[in-house]
Design a binder for this molecule. Sequence first.
Ligand SMILES: [Zn+2]
Length: 466
Amino acid sequence: MKLQFMGATREVTGSKHLITTKSGLKILLDCGMYQGKGLETDAMNRDLGFNPAEIDYLILSHAHIDHSGLIPFIYKLGFRGTVLCTPATRDLCAIMLADAGRIQLQDTATFNKKRKAQGLDPVEPIYDEQDAQACMSCFISVPYHKKFNIEGEVTVEFYDAGHILGSACVYLEIKEGRRKIRLGFTGDIGRYDKQILKDPEPFPQVDYLIMESTYGDRRHESIKDAEQELLMAVLDTCTKKKGKLIIPSFAIGRAQEIIYALDRLEHAGLLPDIDVFVDSPLSVSATSIMRLHTECFNEAIAEYCKTDSDPFGFDRLHYIQSVMESKQLNVRHKPCVIISASGMMEAGRVKHHLANHIENPSTTVLCVGYCEPSTLGAKIMRGDEEVSIFGQRHKVRAELRRIDSLSGHGDYEEMIRYISCQDKKKLKGLFIVHGEEETQQHFAATLGERGWKHVSVPTFREEVEL
Ligand SMILES: [Zn+2]
């Protein structure tokens, strides 16, 4: 069999790896979108490097757009194969891909205005909401630990990766005559001892492993401190400065962790008398989906639910859907907390909140996740004095804070702990993907020091024979 790395090679977005079996079966692992590099990203997304109509199966590790975001695009180009993922991933994709379709349309409209001013022809969006809805007809949900057989040749099984709701490590057994190749794909690896989701789960021994490396050179703070840091940010901003605490957050996962942490603080009587707004239609839908998939919950939240039936809701927590209500937050003078997507501050309503509040020193921007270096979030958090939002320059006068421990990705110790379910001696290849190049080299070196062999960092479209 052949394995070709079609994306997320020496970078963190665009996850795509193509398996071609000896019999010619084509299986794609993830079909992620490149994000955060403006025009360059659009060109990268359109240049797939394979014919979508030839893909038989797409196995999806989880619903994040950098892993799933091009499924509507390949559908538009003729993909009619089967998408396999967990039930929660399927449900999240239904809302996330439609949302991505709307974003494509808006971004293209803005982009075309600029092109028109330069006397250039307009471009088509990569896909729209209709394409996103249509591609859902290809999905089949496969629960964790249920074997799915592909044409008597490949067996697929999902193991909980503890990264976001429904996230999976993909375990594959590929038959080639009398030979059996066992291939693992970690997808994104979550942290241990999280508040809502289960720990990353051990998976069976593999011969080859494709592994993420987002935080391959970082250690995180303990998760226990996050709730305290969140409380301090609320008190310092809303009580002392009488300002607004803006929390740009991924709509899926991170938003629910923040909401649940605030719920616990409120339940414990520690939250001051302020309103909390979840201003992201996607976060609102994702929270509803999370309530449905309690099979993904860990014991701690299951226990908490015995005394608080809704871990994602309390009296002064308001879920906002309409644009009108969102705009009203701009003219509201009372201190409050606004949780809004997107986490990297590149899209979504949070951009409006930043444009309206970033010049005000009473505002605090609390970054709770990873920001790809070229994104608005990264520019703000690295301390740029001025940033451009919707084409307007804004001075950054807001206070900047960061909570790293809420990361959806494990740090390098957690990732190494995760793969310790594997016998090092039996592993014939460990491919490091999904990380910035410097981080990956660091991670590969650390793995080498710890006795892991056959570690490599594939290049873009590199093909290996397994
Ligand atoms: Zn992810």
